[in-house]
Design a protein around this ligand. Structure first.
Ligand code: 4EH
Length: 234
């Protein structure tokens, strides 16, 4: 077993590296990968850089080069669902690419031939997250996450993504990581803490709350790792 923990931005994995303290750094494919042993299990940690292409590269590398057997993503997101406020946690049940558009050929948004509009996350890790939430006394909403190569700071675009995909939150990496993990048969878990509401104030809200929301997400993901190890020992 080797657990990959990834983020997109340095701020999203900084709390995890800080908690681990001791790790080695390896450069590969123009990125840095941090390896550590945590409570007897091997971890590989990295931030990919922003967007679907970089996150695809990093997820693939963590699995194919670093031999990760499961992957947990920690980061922040813009809220679509009005029930999600800054700092709230959302775990993805399934993910879609909102900017994938070959509708000119009669296909639905988010679909390409031999692909699927949604990729479903690992059900047993979602179950574990309910136990973690209970342990921590936190509320974690389950929902659909939409991913695209754009920072959404526009009510109209956000509402379109919400109604087209039934999405509750949006970000720029989750669905690409999901496609990689699904194709390579690696169970994955995508957790995000809300940093903004993807509206006209999004960039200000994002700058104000990136760090605190990233910590919320990272703390939860590390408790997920603890829980996975607990279950493995039993
Ligand atoms: O990795 C990107 C970051 C924003 S771009 C996606 N992340 C944060 C999630 C996210 C998000 N994505 C799309 C939070 N709010 C979002 C939103 N739309 N409204 C970035 C941020 N800072 C500096 C450079 N790029």
């Amino acid at each position: 077993m080797k657990i990959a923990i990834m983020g997109a931005m340095p701020e999203e994995i900084a709390p995890i590296l800080k908690k681990l303290g001791n790790y080695t750094t390896t450069e590969y494919a123009k990125n840095k990968y941090y390896e550590a042993s945590y409570k007897g299990v091997d971890l590989v940690i990295a931030y990919s850089k922003i967007g679907k292409v970089f996150s695809t590269l990093t997820a693939t590398t963590m699995i194919e080069h670093f031999s990760a057997t499961q992957l947990l993503f920690s980061g922040v997101a813009g809220a679509i669902s009005p029930s999600l406020k800054v700092g709230d946690l959302i775990v993805a049940t399934k993910l879609s690419q909102h900017d994938l558009d070959i509708t000119a050929f009669g296909h639905p948004f988010g679909f390409v031939p031999e692909g699927a509009v949604f990729v479903e996350a690992d059900k047993s890790m979602i179950e574990l997250s309910k136990e973690v939430a209970l342990d921590m006394g936190k509320i974690v909403q389950e929902g659909i996450i939409a991913t695209g190569d754009q920072f959404v700071a526009n009510e109209e675009r956000k509402n379109w993504i919400g109604s087209t995909f039934g999405a509750d939150a949006l970000e720029m990496e989750g669905a690409s990581v999901a496609v990689v993990c699904d194709a390579l048969n690696v169970p994955f878990f995508i957790l995000r803490a809300i940093s903004d509401a993807a509206d006209m104030d999004a960039s200000f809200s994002f700058d104000a709350f990136l760090e605190t929301s990233a910590v919320e997400s990272a703390e939860f993901v590390m408790k997920m790792v603890d829980k996975i190890l607990d279950k493995n020992a039993k």
